[in-house]
Design a protein around this ligand. Structure first.
Ligand code: URA
Length: 465
């Protein structure tokens, strides 16, 4: 092994020189402490976050710390402190000028997850404010902003005063980030993405919660996806992540709960941006697929419950009522209009532009679909143009997949399983190749994974499956 003196010598960066002059703290020691399984102090976490954001701590030291955290984990206190240090690295939204309770929702990402487009208007139509900042799709999962931008004219870039005005007046806005929110996460997430350190509960929890806390809502509902199409492939790790996030939220005074929902197969029937808006509208009309409708009702009910609108059971009834009476749909149309979009496409979704090229995926044998890998369905939709392979790639709003059959369905040879849509005919072969890879057939009906696994709140974990 290396001589002890050499191994202990910190690299002579400007950072270390400065730290040594100002204090005795050195990034080298912070990395070493975590590498050896120690608990970092608040001051050490602050030193890392502020030094990294300021550019004083280089990427190689930050990645070494991220890897040490990946292996050694963090205590609940360390995770909560890291979250707040990250949240406070940039602007903190103060929504107190908007009257009433503000509730936010976050999904850890899935395929066909258009729930925000359904849930935000339902909740807002009952007088609970939703001031939501969403993200774009990357990799196999879609992003709410890309879905919204499939609506002609709609802008997700709203100035802060307009965002406040819209939420105050109509109760809901879904926009891209305004201001300089959580610069520490932007930098750290990009680093984790290329250093194989994304999959760490304290790092994911602090990344997500720092953004939710900086966004300013009073209540936060987390939808932690679990299954082949999600970050968290099994229910225990999904519960662990949910629990970490709920603890952080409650620790800093935000009413927080999480639902663990299934992402073993895509949610609903449509994957792709305008296709998902169309399905969200159908769901708000009471004509959506059952799985999507059930997840949306449950999410809306839990958001309403956090905001003090009654028991989850009562709030479920309220959510279903806003679908039946059309008020949820009316609220979505109002939001679309406020953000410059044409609400005609909401009232008549046949007005959406249709992709010029389509291909039916036909069953080559008869049998049950025993599995439809959600991640591969997502990757197939990206290959068709519905998502981006790298940041900044253009998106084809009409591209995507309509699933005619899903896991558990019996198909006869020749039946259409799905239709692929794209604006670029040359993408169809690759889209089909990947889509077929997602499918597994068998002779008997599979047991379906549940849609709801658990609910995590400050009162503990309630398992449903
Ligand atoms: N989503 C985030 O915002 N951060 C993570 O670390 C993982 C998923």
């Amino acid at each position: 092994s290396a001589p002890a003196t050499d191994a202990k010598a910190a690299p002579r960066t400007a950072t270390n020189a400065k730290a040594e002059r100002g204090s005795t703290m050195r990034m080298y020691d912070v990395i070493e402490k975590k590498r050896d399984g120690g608990e970092l102090t608040d001051a050490e976490i602050d030193y890392f976050v502020s030094g990294y954001v300021a550019g004083d701590i280089p990427d190689y030291q930050a990645s070494a710390l991220a890897m040490a955290i990946f292996y050694k984990g963090m205590t609940a206190h360390e995770t909560a402190h890291l979250t707040m240090a990250m949240a406070e690295s940039g602007d903190m939204m103060d929504l107190s000028a908007i009257p009433g309770i503000k509730v936010d929702k976050h999904s850890t990402g899935g395929v066909g997850d258009k729930t925000t487009l359904v849930v935000a208007p339902i909740v807002a139509s009952l007088g609970v404010k939703v001031a939501k900042m969403s993200g774009r799709g990357l990799g196999h999962t879609g992003g709410t902003l890309d879905k919204l931008e499939a609506i002609p004219g709609l802008s997700i870039e709203i100035s802060e005063p307009d965002f406040f005005k819209q939420v105050s007046e109509i109760g809901v806005a879904v926009a891209g980030q305004t201001g300089n929110l959580v610069p520490a996460d932007k930098k750290l997430y990009a680093l984790r993405d290329v250093t194989a350190t994304v999959d760490s509960v304290p790092l994911i929890a602090s990344s997500i919660m720092s953004k939710k806390i900086a966004s300013g809502s009073d209540c936060i509902l987390l939808d932690v996806k679990c299954g082949s199409g999600a970050f968290m492939k099994d229910v225990d790790s999904a519960i662990e992540l949910a629990d970490a996030m709920v603890s952080i939220g409650e620790h800093v005074g935000r009413t927080t709960a999480a639902l663990i929902t299934g992402m073993d197969r895509p949610l609903g029937k449509n994957v792709g941006n305008s296709l998902e808006v169309i399905e969200a509208v159908a769901t708000l009309k009471g004509e959506g697929p059952e799985d999507l409708t059930d997840v949306c009702v449950e999410l809306a009910a839990n958001m309403l419950n956090l905001a003090g609108k009654g028991s989850v059971e009562d709030c479920r009834k309220l959510a279903r009522q806003q679908i039946a009476n059309g008020e949820g749909l009316a609220k979505l149309a109002q939001m679309v209009k406020a953000q410059g979009g044409t609400d005609e496409v909401i009232f008549d979704t046949t007005k959406f532009e249709v992709a010029p090229f389509r291909r039916d995926i036909v069953a080559e044998t008869s049998g049950y679909i025993t599995s439809m890998n959600a991640e591969l369905v997502g990757i197939s939709s990206v290959a068709l143009g519905a998502g981006r392979e790298k940041k900044g790639d253009p998106i084809d709003p009409a591209a995507g997949i309509i699933l005619e059959r899903k896991t558990g369905d019996y198909v006869e040879k020749g039946d259409v399983i799905a239709t692929l849509l794209t604006g670029d005919e040359s993408r169809l072969d690759e889209g089909e190749r990947i889509f077929r890879e997602a499918l597994v057939f068998g002779e008997s009906a599979p047991e379906l994974e549940p849609l709801f696994f658990a609910r995590v709140s400050k009162d503990g974990v309630e398992r449903f499956a």
